[in-house]
Design a protein around this ligand. Structure first.
Ligand code: NAP
Length: 279
């Protein structure tokens, strides 16, 4: 199959590696000429260009640009395509994208691979990034079943686990487990940096180990991605942040009141709940 990728960065480049290894012919389009050359040299795509026209013959196209560019880039892209071409995207937010693209392209299906790293760009692309990872698809009642089936088949071949849901449900769910953690993790680092005694701050930096590595990881990632999450999933993220603030206030109260029994109950409850989210 001829598969197109628009946006050759971490996600687009990683998709390219795996699709090529499945025997697909992969056409890549990116903004910078140097990225196109690197993508070909690394073996992530078969051919690459800065010209969208390269994707005219693709049967399925994955749009992998930063979130804010997905809708405008698809508006340009569709001028080059025949109506049977299936378009899917990988954006971390779904409702605004699906709402904007569905009316202009019938064969569109929203998608979001729940895989990534804190790095970005074509050099950060990895083989087998999607194996055993959730991959959300958000077809609407209007999405042609053939288009859904084609994207599903490709996604399954990446080794990913497919989930279907409404775009709005997706955005609420990822607000809890992806976008809220980025904001909390960033606040954690900022709070530590507010230590006023330079010697204590230096000591804290020297002592930081696996616990801090885990809890600060997503707050130390790509700032552009964090801003996009807040901008495009603003409503759901604000609800999650307000709930989190309420939880923090409750914790502060318990500790101020030295209510160790209630604190124990609370920590026991979160300890029991965690395996429902991650192994
Ligand atoms: P990234 O590494 O920064 O890659 C995006 C690439 O898009 C850039 O390398 C850039 O390539 C290219 N690009 C920028 N403007 C473009 C344009 N006008 N036309 C064509 N290409 C353009 O970012 P990413 O992490 O792969 O994220 C891409 C998408 O995946 C985002 O929508 C994000 O929400 C989603 N996503 C990210 C993750 C994650 O963990 N990172 C996980 C799941 C989904 P040039 O070098 O040519 O400028």
């Amino acid at each position: 199959m001829k598969i197109g990728i628009l946006g050759l960065g971490l996600i687009g480049g990683s998709l390219g590696y795996d699709l090529r290894s499945q025997g697909h012919h992969v056409l890549g389009v990116s903004r910078k000429e140097s990225t196109c050359q690197t993508a070909v040299a690394l073996g992530s795509v078969d051919v690459a260009s800065v010209n969208m026209n390269l994707l005219a013959t693709a049967e399925v196209i994955f749009v992998c640009t930063p979130i804010g560019l997905i809708v405008p880039q698809v508006e340009h892209l569709i001028k080059h395509l025949k109506s049977s071409t299936v378009i899917t995207d990988v954006g971390s937010v779904k409702a605004p994208i699906v709402t904007a693209i569905s009316p202009i392209w019938a064969n569109f299906i929203g998608g979001h691979p729940m895989a990534g790293t804190t790095d970005s760009g074509i050099e950060a692309a990895q083989k087998k990034l999607f194996v055993n990872r959730p991959y959300v698809l958000t077809p609407t009642s209007q999405t042609p079943p053939d288009a859904v089936a084609q994207v599903e088949e490709i996604v399954r071949s990446l080794g990913a686990n497919i989930y279907h849901c409404q775009p709005e449900q997706h955005d609420r769910a990822v607000s809890w487990i992806s976008h809220l953690p980025v904001m909390i993790s960033s606040s954690l680092i900022a709070s530590c940096m507010s230590e006023t005694d330079p010697e204590v701050l230096q000591l804290a930096q020297n002592l930081a180990s696996s616990g801090f590595r885990d809890t600060s990881r997503v707050g130390g990632g790509n700032p552009e991605l964090g801003v996009m999450m807040a901008q495009y999933n603003r409503q759901a993220l604000l609800i999650s942040l307000q709930k989190y603030r309420q939880n923090l206030d409750e914790l502060i109260n318990l500790i101020e009141q030295e209510n160790w029994t209630a604190l124990t109950t609370r920590l026991e409850s979160t300890s029991q709940a965690r395996p429902n989210f991650v192994d």
